[in-house]
Design a protein around this ligand. Structure first.
Ligand code: ZN
Length: 380
């Protein structure tokens, strides 16, 4: 409807008109979701069902692309699912770009901002969105193959106050100091602590500067994470425009690599698998252990060289292989951790930093070698 009316207007007015028209329509007829699926630990839960004045058929049947479906089919299903979520698309919404649209949840607030950032990936394998108004923060994603109409990522923004975080105290600054991580690096990465608790580190996960998750680490090396933490890479904003990126296996390794002079580094949010899966890669929506990778795909796609600096033990090797399988081995490079004694090697970036220093760690990263495309691990 907005597109149709806009098409009748002079082309110079097009953008402005659709803008106001959408504002008007959003205001006049606030959309409601037809299906609402909530992400739970056991999958997606059907939550509510409501009529939507803009959608003529209820319930909405979503077409599923057949196997080997064309890009056009996938795009059609994605667009359909996005519309079901309540978002109004226009013809300018093409894959591979970010679009600023009216958020159906908050309608852009009093100023009626186009606060919803929507992205359909270039390969049409999924689409995602997020409203950047601090009081809204509605986010979700859709996959063409998934049976779910759409899934919500999280509803509310986290803030430093809502999580009860405060700047690191002397005790934890000293703890990191022993690991050769400077206050400057801790500050730049917004590493914090739980308020009034000098023994719990809060590793904040951010995207576009916003807090979207938090992982806690006690002195006893116990880890847990804030409910609703998004599955993304740690340090994501640091690779926003990076052509070369480094991926490590832990947040402290990311901080260590920064001490060696590289900010273009991210860490995987979880641990490493025990071994490489012998199976073929699952479809994106079923690739749950690596959703963090797909969620950051737009960032990773920009990189022509990816240095895998995961741990040197066998889970670390398996993680490197699983990452390389997904990222494309031809652009992956692998570091070799230096020898500790005759029989063993240092296991990660922080060990090298602590024992050999920042220059040695920089050298290890600079000497990364092209990933072996025909890796034997894959054939197990
Ligand atoms: Zn919103």
């Amino acid at each position: 409807m907005p597109q149709l009316l806009a098409a009748l207007l002079p082309s110079k007015q097009w953008l402005k008109s659709t803008f106001w028209l959408q504002h008007f329509l959003s205001f006049a007829s606030p959309p409601k979701p037809v299906f609402l699926f909530q992400s739970t630990s056991s999958g997606f839960r059907f939550n509510s069902y409501a009529a939507n004045r803009r959608l003529s058929t209820i319930p909405v049947r979503l077409d599923q692309p057949e196997d080997g479906s064309s890009d056009l089919d996938k795009l059609r299903v994605l667009r359909q699912k996005i519309e079901v979520s309540g978002i109004t698309l226009d013809d300018s919404c093409v894959p591979g770009r970010y679009h600023h649209l009216i958020c159906p949840k908050c309608n852009g607030g009093q100023l009626m901002e186009r606060s919803l950032s929507l992205h359909i990936t270039q390969d049409r394998n999924f689409a995602m969105w997020r409203c950047f108004r601090s009081t809204c923060g509605w986010a979700g994603r859709v996959f063409p193959e998934s049976s779910a109409a759409y899934s919500e990522v999280t509803n509310n923004w986290m803030t430093v106050d809502s999580l009860g975080l405060e700047p690191l105290g002397d005790k934890l600054i000293a703890y990191f100091g022993e690991r050769m991580i400077s206050e400057k690096t801790l500050w730049r990465n917004a590493v914090m602590q739980l308020s009034g608790n000098q023994s719990v580190i809060a590793l904040t996960y951010r995207q576009n500067g916003r807090l979207v998750g938090c992982k806690y680490r006690s002195m006893g090396k116990r880890f847990w994470q804030e409910k609703g933490t998004e599955k993304i890479l740690y340090g994501l904003d640091d690779i926003q425009e990076a052509n070369e990126i480094i991926i490590v296996e832990g947040e402290v390794d990311k901080l260590s690599v920064e001490e060696a002079g590289f900010c273009n580094c991210v860490s995987v949010p979880g641990g490493a698998p025990q071994k490489v899966s012998a199976k073929e890669l699952p479809s994106l929506d079923k690739d749950t252990a690596y959703h963090y990778l797909w969620n950051c795909k737009e960032y990773l796609d920009k990189a022509s060289r990816i240095i895998l600096a995961t741990d040197g033990d066998s889970p670390g090797q398996a993680l490197a292989e699983e990452l390389a399988r997904r990222l494309g081995k031809e652009r992956c490079w692998r570091v070799s951790w230096p020898k500790k004694e005759d029989s063993s090697c240092f296991k990660d970036a922080n060990e090298v930093l602590k024992n050999l220093g920042a220059d040695a760690l920089r050298e290890v990263i600079e000497n990364a070698e092209l990933y072996e495309v025909n890796s034997s691990i894959q054939e197990i």
